[in-house]
Design a protein around this ligand. Structure first.
Ligand code: SAH
Length: 218
């Protein structure tokens, strides 16, 4: 594991611990490494200054450009669903604030993340650098195509809702790898789908209903 999980002390520590207990553990997330990562990553540093005091509340927040940082529970739930472990390589589509990538970076060896809004790609890259997340590589682009140079991925997390699962992402998933993606129409309720690749074929499981910002194309 590239980043070691240990408690950090800051004025939001109590709020962060409360968030994990009430919003995440009480709703059934049990993976202790995931819970530790959620206790560690300083979510308030991933939201605009004016929302810092709300960073540990039970809802998504605006991050500019019409985009949002997901509700903390959803981040934990999706992260648990893809069963991360220390030697893995993960791809995220939809970097946004960089928060989900940072949570993954606490749990796996390497994280690759792609963002289609150039300003958000630049801002999150600045955060990763400042916070010394050396195992995250981010780039600007259309995540539909994945990142073939670094494939195959053990884990793929898509944080924008698509009408269908992009075939390049299924192709870039390793054998036994897990992909989680919200599927459904924009501005409506979507279904969170978990794909596991078995004998080269995607096996699909429906997890829950969610509401994400739309998957865009360049
Ligand atoms: N994971 C983010 C959540 C961001 S919301 C976080 O932790 O903050 C979803 C993001 O997906 C938005 O920033 C949006 O711009 C981006 N996005 C939408 N379509 C995309 C695409 N085709 N490729 C890459 N990013 C995309």
């Amino acid at each position: 594991m590239a980043a070691c999980v240990e408690q950090q002390s800051d004025k939001f520590e109590a709020a962060r611990n409360r968030m994990v207990k009430i919003q995440i553990q009480n709703r059934g997330v049990t993976n202790s490494a995931v819970l530790d990562a959620m206790r560690k990553v300083p979510r308030h540093l991933f939201v605009p200054d004016e929302y810092q005091s709300e960073a540990y509340n039970d809802y998504p927040l605006p991050i500019g450009y019409g985009q949002t940082i997901s509700q903390p529970f959803i981040v934990a739930y999706m992260t648990e669903a893809v069963r991360p472990s220390g030697n893995m390589k993960a791809l995220e589509i939809g970097t946004g604030s960089g928060y989900q990538a940072a949570v993954l970076a606490e749990l796996v060896k390497e994280v690759y993340t792609i963002e289609i809004v150039p300003e958000l790609a630049a801002e999150s890259a600045g955060r990763f650098k400042k916070m010394k997340y050396e195992n995250i590589s981010g780039k600007y682009g259309d995540g539909y195509q994945g990142w073939p140079e670094h494939a195959p991925f053990d884990i793929i997390v898509v944080t924008a809702a698509a009408d269908q699962i992009p075939q390049p992402l299924i192709d870039q998933l390793a054998e036994n790898g897990r992909l989680v993606i919200p599927v459904g129409p924009p501005a409506a309720i979507q279904e969170l789908i978990l794909i596991t690749k078995k004998n080269g074929k995607p096996v699909e499981r429906r997890l829950t209903y969610v509401r994400f910002v739309p998957f865009k194309r360049l």
